[in-house]
Design a protein around this ligand. Structure first.
Ligand code: SIN
Length: 277
């Protein structure tokens, strides 16, 4: 098994391994690589839905997306399908975000398998390293952010897709510290994102919006924090949802892209980083 970093800051390509038949040693190396690189790209994998779910279960219980609980109760609850066609008005995830941070315990990570590529190119996924995004802010700002909390509201994300709840339906919202400590690495992470974070607790709306916009710009504008994954047949990408943002690139209209995502449930609520380690 080879582990080839994509950039010095994040991402690694894993080759020479079959995710359906991992030895204990390979699995242990993958677990460490996940913590070291945040985004793992497995090439040339041939797995069906059950294989995809089985690979996800190696890392924890599978997460059920909140939309599967009330908005779409008929499809497989453990598979989040992302189909973008010439008729689509939007594609899922075309903004920098972490998955469903509006939940009290957001997911540990997600595994995406693109089953239908949009052509010879296009439909890449971008990732951002939120350890680095936080670490590169000034110390006075980092000190202030460590004491703040933010509201993450699933309705904000739904509104970006023009989806409205029907009477009686609900969608999660949660308050999380703005700066958390990663439960496995112990490193500090900026844990807010454009799609789900609605406001900073205790700040007037105008100050909250300005602060959040500055944080989005800091994380989004500097390619040094990013890596870009180009999909190929048989690629599976596994990202750590606790310390990354991702962004789907819809540059392939009018072609179709179809992907399936399996998400792994988080185990602990995001915990405040009280002070620098
Ligand atoms: C997502 O999980 O937000 C979608 C990512 C992608 O389709 O590239």
């Amino acid at each position: 098994m080879q582990i080839q970093p994509i950039t010095p800051h994040m991402g690694a390509e894993i080759s020479g391994v079959d995710v359906a038949h991992l030895s204990d040693n390979e699995f242990a190396r993958i677990q460490q690589a996940f913590l070291d690189h945040q985004v793992l790209v497995f090439r040339d994998q041939d797995i069906d839905r059950d294989g995809h779910k089985a690979f996800g279960r190696r890392f924890g219980e599978l997460h059920i997306h909140p939309s599967k609980k009330q908005l779409d109760t008929r499809s497989d609850p453990e598979i989040f399908a992302i189909r973008t066609t010439p008729e689509s008005a939007w594609t899922n995830g075309e903004a920098w975000h972490s998955d469903v941070s509006c939940e009290a315990v957001p997911p540990l990570g997600s595994m995406l398998y693109v089953r239908e590529l949009p052509g010879a190119s296009g439909g890449d996924t971008l990732f951002a390293n939120m350890y680095e995004v936080f670490a590169t802010l000034s110390e006075p700002l980092r000190r202030w952010l460590r004491g703040l909390d933010a509201v993450h509201d699933g309705l904000k994300d739904l509104a970006s897709y023009n989806i409205k709840l029907k009477p009686g339906q609900t969608y999660p919202h949660a308050v999380h510290p703005v700066v958390i400590r990663h439960p496995q690495t112990g490193r500090e992470v900026l844990f807010v994102n454009r799609s789900f974070t609605d406001r900073i607790v205790g700040l007037p709306r105008v100050e909250s919006d300005a602060l959040l916009e500055m944080l989005w710009r800091h994380g989004e504008d500097n390619p040094r924090f990013h890596c870009r994954v180009k999909w190929a047949p048989g690629s599976i990408v596994f990202w750590d949802n606790r310390c990354t943002w991702h962004h789907a690139v819809w540059d392939y209209f009018p072609n179709t892209r179809y992907a399936e995502r399996v998400t792994i449930q988080g185990t602990v609520a995001p915990a405040r980083a009280e002070a620098a380690a």
